[in-house]
Design a protein around this ligand. Structure first.
Ligand code: 3PG
Length: 213
């Protein structure tokens, strides 16, 4: 589930940066940069050995951030990220074990779907904001428009293949309040410590989002 407050915090900024981080130093530099651009809600993927440490570091040191955990594939991981201080979690999928655990957990949970059946199953458990993953290869904007007609009560956070080139198209859809992705802070640019490149991306994003305010 996702509280109204969390829904507002995640969708307000229209873009949920997905970060794949190896250590707290990367996290510190990026957190300062993201906050400067008023991107408070973030997703830290569980795809590196230090991901839980990074979540704990950011949740403790940056109370103004709304730290989410991504790539949740098991109920144990959902418990782990809650203990590390994540305020919400996202999964690439929607197995019933996670849909049930997401109902019980005290943090927000956004399941991942790719088909109407998966979306309907997630909705039957009470979820109304779903991650569409992988967005571009599953049909992207065309799929979302098609799902909007029979499933108007659902909103989606498309992730997977989103970039500056297509994010505006997604955000014009009625059922897309926010998009996610790594393009804002790409993994290779983080590893090369190319912070200026990431700042440039954020500036470019601000220019695009100006049309949506
Ligand atoms: C995720 O973890 O949500 C996706 O891998 C992000 O996809 P992207 O790298 O295409 O933005």
């Amino acid at each position: 589930m996702l509280s109204a407050v969390l829904y507002q915090q995640i969708t307000r900024q229209k873009v949920l940066p997905v970060l794949v981080l190896d250590n707290n130093e990367q996290a510190r530099i990026l957190a300062d940069c993201l906050l400067e651009f008023r991107l408070n809600a973030i997703e830290i993927t569980l795809r590196t050995p230090k991901a839980l440490n990074v979540i704990e570091f950011l949740a403790t040191r940056y109370p103004e951030l709304v730290v989410g955990a991504g790539t949740i594939t098991s109920t144990e991981q959902l418990q782990d990220v809650q203990q590390s201080g994540a305020q919400f979690a996202l999964s690439p999928g929607a197995p019933e074990s996670l849909l049930q655990a997401g109902q019980r957990t005290e943090i927000g949970f956004i399941p991942g779907v790719m088909t109407p059946s998966e979306a309907m199953l997630a909705h039957s458990y009470g979820y109304s904001l779903l991650k569409l993953f992988p967005a571009e290869v599953s049909g992207g904007c065309t799929l979302l428009k098609a799902m909007g007609a029979p499933l108007p009560e659902l909103n989606f956070c498309p992730t997977g293949g989103i970039s500056v080139k297509n994010l505006a198209q997604y955000l014009t859809l009625d059922n897309v309040p926010v998009v996610g992705g790594t393009w804002l802070a790409p993994i290779d640019q983080i590893q090369q410590q190319n912070w200026q490149h990431i700042r440039d991306n954020m500036q470019q994003l601000q220019a695009i989002l100006a049309d949506f305010n």
